[in-house]
Design a protein around this ligand. Structure first.
Ligand SMILES: Nc1ncnc2c1ncn2[C@@H]1O[C@H](COP(=O)(O)OP(=O)(O)OP(=O)(O)O)[C@@H](O)[C@H]1O
Ligand SMILES: [Mg+2]
Length: 263
């Protein structure tokens, strides 16, 4: 069997609706098309990545909740489900994940639960992509503890640039206290409409700021209605309509990430 050592990429931004989930599912699909084996882990109780990959979870199926909450939890491999596409697997989320924070409040090593559960799977994939909820919760901390890298989608929206500083402070705190090896994968501008002034201003701010400049990908994800359509259809855009801007942009981003030497 081929041995892999997964790059585990957390896709995170505490702001809601900035394209985290769209980035997770479409990047995962683009990696899989490039012959990489990929596991998506849906750590958001909204379960948007699960739905966006066309997976309908039946109530008895294991989800990421079972891996992090149960003591003596089942092996993570038992929660992995295939998708309709080769080399693209998923550990789904279920709405019960929203209770995990409360249930784990007194649990020992509670921020390590996901890392411990997924450890045996790192040898089975090239990439593990972790979707996070739009808040700094215990779920996000579990993702940062388990990840080797963080990818930050930044919407070209008035408050997005200011919010990045907060996110970077959070990542610094995680490095200091929990995961010193957590690397920056990069910042990708999302939902970009270059005809608007605000998009140009925000891209200019990112390029002009020494904290972010070197982390910025060359690829920006343009605003593209086909992406929203494909999410609703439960198909990543690279499979839904390969000629779309969305498909092209996510493929270009995947190429850039694969070309990095790795964390
Ligand atoms: N490049 C894009 N162009 C147009 N629409 C997009 C694009 N990327 C995402 N969207 C749409 O914008 C909305 C928010 O995207 P998404 O769900 O990926 O954000 P999110 O950061 O995961 O949100 P949340 O914080 O709620 O988890 C969705 O309806 C999605 O389909
Ligand atoms: Mg989301």
């Amino acid at each position: 069997m081929v041995q892999h050592k997964a790059r585990a990429i957390a896709v995170a931004n505490e702001k809601g609706g900035v394209g985290k989930t769209a980035t997770v599912i479409n990047l995962a699909a683009a990696f899989s098309q490039a012959d990489q084996s990929v596991l998506v882990v849906d750590m958001d109780p909204q379960a948007n990545a699960t739905k966006g990959l066309g997976v309908a979870l039946d109530d008895n199926a294991l989800s990421v909740y079972d891996l992090i909450v149960d003591n003596g939890s089942p092996p993570a491999a038992g929660a992995v489900v295939p998708t309709a596409w080769d080399r693209l697997h998923l550990i789904p989320a279920h709405v019960d994940l929203s209770g995990a924070e409360v249930e784990l409040v007194d649990a020992e090593g509670r921020e390590n639960r996901l890392k411990e559960a997924l450890a045996p799977l790192f040898d089975a994939y090239d990439f593990i992509l972790l979707d996070t909820p739009p808040s700094l919760s215990l779920l996000t901390v579990n993702v940062f503890t388990c990840a080797t890298e963080v990818l930050v989608p930044c919407q070209t929206h008035p408050y997005a640039y200011g919010a990045l500083a907060e996110l970077f402070d959070t990542i610094d705190a995680v490095r200091e206290e929990i995961n010193p090896d957590l690397a920056m994968c990069g910042i990708v501008p999302t939902i970009v409409d270059l005809r608007t002034r605000v998009a140009k201003v925000i891209l200019g701010q990112l390029k002009g700021d020494a904290r972010y400049r070197d982390l910025l990908f060359n690829t920006a994800i343009r605003s593209n209605a086909t992406i929203a359509e494909s999410v609703d259809a439960g198909k990543p855009v690279v499979f839904y309509r390969r000629s779309s801007y969305g498909a092209k942009d996510y493929k270009a981003l995947a190429e850039e990430i694969m070309a990095m030497t790795g964390a």
